[in-house]
Design a protein around this ligand. Structure first.
Ligand SMILES: [Zn+2]
Length: 343
């Protein structure tokens, strides 16, 4: 058991696809630690505040900066250096993919939520793990103290390519529900000034938490993929500091809300690869959030030309190598923050 708590990440990496036993430890300051599985740690302070917070990393195993940040916060909680004001569930989602330094082992885990893990005939360990993780989220929110609770989930990532807007977050499809000013302020404090508003349900982890549990949930892209030890942690300092405040402070305060500080983008086109013959009409190293004009050729899918439909249509997450039927490119257009319904 000592090994579990002396370095939770290392222990997790030694048990890639789970661990059958649970562990508990009570810290001197009264905080209760419970390990539900490898990579799954529940932290409950003595007098928990009203937030139930999920912090997840390694849904993509090669995105190491968020893993380093979560691991450091976890170890500081265990040593008593990091105060804890609220219940927190830490999830190191896909340890096997960390160990092979790849985005995933067999299947992109961030397309396996909201039950997608059980659709079709395909079976693999990532599907099993995604299903288990859904269960842990459910259990975490359901086991909260009675009373009015506030639910949060930040799923932390780094992107494969350079980005003209280095840090950005994806807001799950709201189906008409308003956006939360405080969440934009929180993300800005993390250094994230750019928000991409999804316009339809997805099988991502953050949409699952938003839609299933009513959590304020985001996929947060904090920078670029690098190997362990190669991340410049100063680039992530604002995010780490703000996450530590989220965990450690009863009430977070932010500078006044200024709409013009937030750059909001709405989904314009989702281009799913339909044919084996698929190509993107721009170089491999074109950065995320590069803008195209109406009529510019974006991709050719089995002989069909796909064009930008708007001036100032920005590309995100281009990946011509995705499996058939999956998203090869997303395009977005700027929307004024003032035009959104904010509460
Ligand atoms: Zn990712």
């Amino acid at each position: 058991m000592d090994q579990v708590f002396s370095n939770f990440l290392n222990w997790t990496r030694q048990h890639e696809w789970g661990y059958p036993e649970q562990f508990q430890k009570r810290l001197d300051n009264g905080t209760q630690l419970t390990v539900w599985d490898s990579g799954v740690l529940v932290v409950e302070p003595d007098h928990a505040g009203d937030k139930d917070i999920i912090l997840s990393c390694a849904v993509h195993g090669n995105e190491t900066a968020p893993i380093e940040i979560c691991s450091d916060i976890i170890q500081d909680i265990i040593s008593g250096e990091q105060t804890v004001a609220h219940r927190v569930l830490f999830l190191i989602a896909n340890p096997a993919s960390i160990n092979i330094e790849q985005r995933f082992v067999e299947e992109n885990m961030n397309r396996l939520f909201s039950g997608a893990h059980s659709q079709g005939s395909k079976q693999n360990k990532e599907r099993e793990r995604a299903k288990e993780i859904e269960g842990y989220c459910e259990r975490f929110y359901a086991s909260a103290p009675k009373g009015e609770r506030r639910r949060y989930h930040y799923d932390l990532h780094t992107a494969i390519r350079d980005s003209k807007r280095e840090k950005f977050a994806v807001h799950p499809f709201t189906d008409g529900k308003p956006y939360h000013r405080e969440q934009l302020q929180f993300l800005l404090a993390c250094g994230v000034d750019t928000i991409l508003l999804n316009q339809q349900p997805t099988t991502t982890f953050s949409y699952f938490s938003y839609n299933t549990f009513g959590a304020q949930a985001f996929t947060v892209e904090l920078g670029k993929v690098k190997k362990f030890g190669e991340n410049n942690r100063a680039d992530f300092q604002a995010a780490e500091d703000t996450l530590r405040r989220l965990v450690g402070e009863q009430v977070l305060s932010f500078p006044e809300f200024e709409p013009e500080q937030h750059f909001m983008f709405a989904e314009a086109q989702t281009i799913n690869r339909q044919h084996e013959e698929f190509e993107l009409n721009f170089a491999d190293d074109v950065a995320n959030f590069t803008a195209f004009d109406k009529g510019d050729l974006l991709a050719i899918d089995g002989g069909e030309n796909i064009y930008a439909q708007h001036d100032g249509e920005h590309i995100i997450f281009p990946n011509a190598q995705v499996a058939l039927g999956q998203r090869a490119l997303l395009t977005v257009i700027r929307v004024p923050t003032e035009s959104l319904e904010l509460v």
